[in-house]
Design a protein around this ligand. Structure first.
Ligand code: ATP
Length: 346
């Protein structure tokens, strides 16, 4: 029997509703499994925490996350940068992984898409190196290094190697960013040589954003830098249906954080209408990562059951309102638990 220490960051907007769903699911597995146990530590961070404690990421919250093996993070509001960027930097969460796929009965402009965006998470314009060079002008600096480019390329090729598509598309703008993106491409090509079984293509980011709408099935694994990845992965989520379905992983060497791609969605907060699928699939990604790291087959099996349960729900038209259904957040979560139960918990 294995016990995992999971921190659950509650967040803002629809964050508390999604956290409740996640806690119910983990608690359900904990109570019913003979092999998997979870110590869930709730963490207050974000706008609500800032109002209450004067800091978006209070020291106590930070310590609780540090003492866990992985963090499930709900969306955070205006103070997102003070929470997410700090955690990404502290744990050196260098890979941002965002899968997008079509599900049955989800209205979308595409079909049979199953792709993943692997985005470099530590460099690029996101370092926030900006300054006024004079009263009129702001300069923003972009950092791309060999080390970070190599390790994200390695990560992307590993992922591509585990997928059916066996293809990596490197997305860049090297005709304008002639030094930085050339470096990014060169490092990726070095890694590509180690994977002769993986098809490798290059694409400009503007062409990629068109192709994602025109012919999304051509993509399997997109490898790209921080800013381009942020934009492309939101587009990919929308192309396959709804942002309410899209999970993301922020992965480092020893720690990882899992979250929905979307934000705190204040417009629907507290109304019991948010779609918890993004968070359920974030838990699935956490099981995949922990399963691999701790060589735990039970977690890997649970991850497959999660994916199959979501597939089954949409096939049976069990859906929340944002994707054309009628269920509330809480009802959808209960239906998920029922289907998971039918699949059996060992
Ligand atoms: P951010 O800048 O943090 O990404 P945002 O306000 O631009 O946040 P989101 O919070 O992601 O964007 O919300 C965008 C839209 O998608 C909103 O209309 C919101 O209601 C909807 N939305 C986001 N998440 C969900 C969800 N889980 N279920 C249903 N609708 C959602």
């Amino acid at each position: 029997m294995a016990t995992y220490n999971i921190s659950l960051l509650v967040g803002d907007g629809i964050g508390p509703e999604l956290s409740t769903c996640a806690e119910e699911i983990l608690q359900y597995i904990h109570d019913n499994s003979n092999r998997l146990k979870f110590n869930i530590t709730k963490v207050e961070a974000g706008d609500n925490a800032k109002q209450k404690y004067g800091k978006a990421l209070p020291n106590e919250a930070f310590d609780k996350i540090k003492n866990s093996q992985a963090c499930l993070k709900s969306p955070v509001g205006e103070s997102a940068a003070d929470v997410v960027l700090v955690l990404r930097r502290y744990f050196d969460l260098y890979a941002n992984v965002r899968p997008s796929k079509n599900y049955a009965n989800i209205p979308s402009i595409s079909s049979n898409v199953d792709m993943v965006t692997v985005r470099e998470n530590t460099e690029d314009l996101y370092l926030g190196w900006e300054f006024f060079s004079d009263d009129d002008t702001v300069i923003s600096l972009r950092k791309i290094s060999k080390v970070a480019s190599r390790r994200i390329a390695e990560y992307a090729f590993k992922i591509a190697n585990s997928r059916k598509g066996k293809k990596v598309t490197i997305v860049h703008k090297s005709n304008v960013l002639r030094l930085s993106d050339r470096l990014f491409i060169d490092m990726s090509k070095e890694i590509a040589k180690k994977y002769p079984n993986i098809e490798f293509e290059e694409m400009y980011v503007d062409a990629c954003s068109m192709e994602l709408i025109r012919d999304p099935n051509r993509f399997d694994t997109i490898l790209t830098s921080n800013l381009f990845g942020d934009i492309i992965s939101d587009e990919a989520a929308q192309v396959t249906g709804s942002i309410g379905l899209a999970p993301a992983a922020n992965v480092g060497k020893d720690f990882a954080m899992f979250e929905p791609v979307h934000g705190a969605a204040f417009d629907i907060a507290g109304k019991n209408v948010a779609n918890p699928t993004s968070f359920i699939l974030a838990i699935k990604m956490m099981f995949d990562w922990l399963g691999e790291k701790c060589d735990d087959n039970d977690l890997k099996l649970q991850s497959i059951k999660f994916e199959n349960s979501i597939d089954e729900m949409f096939t049976k038209n069990i859906k929340t309102k944002d994707i054309g259904g009628t269920l509330s957040t809480a009802e959808f979560n209960q239906s998920f638990l029922k289907i998971l139960k039918d699949k059996g918990i060992d």
